[in-house]
Design a protein around this ligand. Sequence first.
Ligand code: CMP
Length: 357
Amino acid sequence: MSARPFLKITAPLNGLLAAVGLVTVAALTAREIGSTTRLSLELVLAAIWAVYVLQLVDTLIRRRATDDRGLTPELVIDLMAVVVPLIGFLLAGSPDQGLYCGIWLLKPLRHFTFFRMLGRVVARAAPNLVGVTSVFGIVLFGASLIAYLIERDVQPDKFGSIPLAMWWAVTTLSTTGYGDEIPMTFAGRVLAGLVMMSGIGIFALWAGILATGFFEEVRRQDFVRNWQLVAAVPLFQKLGSAAFVEIVRALRPRVVPAGAIICRKGEAGDQMFFIVEGRVSIQTPSPIPVELGPGSFFGEMALMTGEPRSATVSAVTEVSLLSLYSEDFQMLSSSNPEIADVIRRTAEERRGGAGQG
Ligand code: CMP
């Protein structure tokens, strides 16, 4: 039997271990703890370190199996989690040895896809972020220079040089305002007001750039996922690339659990559904319900006629669906009449009692 199941450490367990480890590191810095407590805390750190050695072994085995030779963030984090505390144990003096386990702060990051996304967002927004950061630098230096000129004679200990004035400029520009350094002159206070307002604008720009970057990244990911789902529906496979992009934007993915009702007979219907995966059952008047599977569609009759749903449709298995709303169907009909024709003909056949899927 493989040893890997015993080596594998799940993301929640990893987070828990890191949290326990870091609380232990923090506790070890308290001066008042006795030697027995200290020993127990150090044993906790040693136990967590041993678990991290297992995790590193698991990562190495997995990389060997997949013939992966690159230096991934996951490998770097697993290596550092083992090596840095070991260096601390070998080189540091007794009270500081545990501090090296602070590197475990990085451990939960190995599971977060969020950080990969953040990396992509920052990389894409880099030119704008650099632009706003440059504005920040210019305003910071300019404010320090003017504050130095205005306040140097009144408060030489706080504004006697540009580097000294820069501390005031940073706390004012970031609107932190510790209040340890404040301009005394009227001109200095006018300057402070202007710097604060610039700070608010600059931080709003940073936040706006990042928020837009995240929004675009999420949309891009949705688009790629929808693309794969739409490509699985045979009806759309003949579409040209422009029409395909149009339909990818129009269709909304949805997963329905087994047994759930997707639409009920008699309800108003403003959308139709394409089945990507799974099966649905349609309660037609005939004794045997009609079942539809991947590639089929349903819900088109209410959409085309404006009449209530003609039958109740439920999920036999978990179903992955793409829904198309009536306004998007109109758009699809005008740009791709052949697809609209197939849907229309199927609706007519079904209404005529053919009962075909
Ligand atoms: P609609 O009436 O909007 O909602 C229920 C759907 O079930 C209907 O559209 C059709 O897509 C589908 N449907 C109804 N009757 C049949 C049938 N006999 N065979 C296959 N599908 C049907």
